[in-house]
Write a protein that binds this ligand. Structure first.
Ligand code: GRF
Length: 203
């Protein structure tokens, strides 16, 4: 299944997806055919190029509205025959039109155990609340941010003395396992999005 990955930055999750899908020992159902970044010059683009994957930069600042930016992204995905889209540290909120168009075929990774700690400052909120575990969530994207049906979660402890940085680093180690696992579930047909924002599982 052809996959497009959207990034904005360092792309360590992209790297995990590349390592999984290109691993000859894995026989993955997914193949990454294009990586799109809304920022030029980010490390993730270099990772894609090194792996021989085509890259495109679509700078949101070049577009008069979110809708037009999203249309440009969608049309590139379609040009590459993309069936599934992974948001891997993509720091733009997508329009309802985009989300509806890719419904059931669009995954996001969030660095907390959803539905707790939604939004852009998950680690800060985790530390403020004093919870003793955190983790990551890979979920289908629904129109309401960070609220789609959950495919995979992984847990890490919150350690005494953690800062946002040390916690983020620990959470990322499990993100790199969770995202390939979730993509494989979707691309292999073992999980799909059903009615009412629920996952349908099959074996
Ligand atoms: C990850 O922590 C992801 O959960 C969040 O943004 C970060 C992206 O990191 N949405 P990277 O670019 O994959 O290294």
């Amino acid at each position: 299944k052809k996959v497009g990955v959207l990034i904005s930055g360092s792309g360590t999750n992209l790297q995990a997806l590349i390592d999984h899908t290109q691993n000859p020992a894995v026989d993955s159902a997914a193949e990454i055919v294009v990586v799109i970044s809304n920022k030029a010059g980010v490390k993730g683009l270099e990772r894609a190029r090194k792996a021989g994957i085509p890259t495109q930069v679509v700078n949101h600042k070049d577009f008069p509205s979110r809708l037009e930016f999203d249309l440009a992204v969608s049309s590139i995905l379609e040009d590459y025959g993309v069936e599934y889209v992974c948001l891997a540290g993509f720091m733009r909120i997508l329009t309802g039109d985009f989300v509806r168009k890719w419904e059931g075929r669009l995954l996001n990774i969030h660095p907390s155990l959803l539905p707790s700690f939604k939004g852009a400052h998950a680690h800060k909120l985790v530390l403020e609340q004093g919870v003793r575990v955190s983790g990551c969530t890979v979920h289908f994207v629904a129109e309401e941010v960070d609220s789609g049906a959950i495919l995979v979660q992984e847990v890490v402890p919150v350690e005494i003395g953690d800062t946002e940085e040390t916690l983020a680093e620990r959470v990322k180690t499990v993100e790199h396992k969770a995202f390939p696992k979730a993509l494989e579930l979707l691309a292999s047909g073992k999980a799909k999005l059903g009615e009412n924002n629920k996952v349908i599982w099959s074996d």
